[in-house]
Design a binder for this molecule. Sequence first.
Ligand SMILES: [Zn+2]
Length: 320
Amino acid sequence: MAIPFVPRIDDAPYFESTQMSPLIQRVIAKNPSKFSYHGTGTYILGSQNVVVVDPGPKLDSHRDALMKALENRTVVGIVVTHCHSDHSPLTQWLHEFTDAPRYAIGPHKVYEGFVEEDDHDPSEDDPTEVKEEEEEERETIDLAFAPDIAVTDGEWFLKTSEFSLQAVATPGHTSNHLAVAMDAENALFTGDHVMGWSTTVVSPPDGDMRQYFESMNKVIGRSDSILWPTHGGPVTDPQPFLRAYLDHRLERERQIVAQIAAGNNTIPGIVKVLYASVDKRLHRPARRSVWSHLRKLVDDGVVATTDGGAPRLLGSYELI
Ligand SMILES: [Zn+2]
């Protein structure tokens, strides 16, 4: 099916429902940040009986925009890709407002006993910001969310008169990450697994680089005509984009191994070199990304921790 027009995300206004394709509308929440780009894109699928994908952050303005977009229509399902605070929190309201069932892989996994190491480096703070909120540093988690219906990988879980939806489990960004395929437009809603503007944050302990690679290969193995990420514009030629995305990660892995081989064997040290050209305020999430690569490399038997313990954010590493 030909897509008549695809507005650039930069042109898409907040608070309005934009028709993106015959069966897809998008409402963008006004929550721009270094993680959410222009904002969270909430998708409304269908004409009369609709499915909402990722209701979005708990913002009154976004709730009001969705209420307006859904006027005189019936919400038959709510799909949540994962439980980061820019994706799922408004689900509770929408569920109560519409009575529609919530579909997801499951709630966010809880890591009992996991203790964060403090890697705060004051030299990376933004002097123009009065206070750097913790939620600005990392995507915060909506632990309150739980689906009414847990979907499993490959399952065609929802059908309307216009389309059917299939669950495509894509762990990596989070362990419960779900992408959703829509048969009618051969489209895949990728959540944060693939973003339209940047690489995805894979942040331990829930983010897992090995799973992320596997999920990337899984999506590469599909033949979707178009990808609709939650953040950024649609990807209209998925294969080269996905391969470039995966190559970027593989190249990063090689660079990390090369740094350790050269004796630069801590995560902060590696980030200082590999992300030298990147805004310092992004070095903290970058360290988590390098950490997730190192957890995989230790698991692969390529790298070891110098103290023989678990791979830590502030630990040191050596080649095997
Ligand atoms: Zn996310």
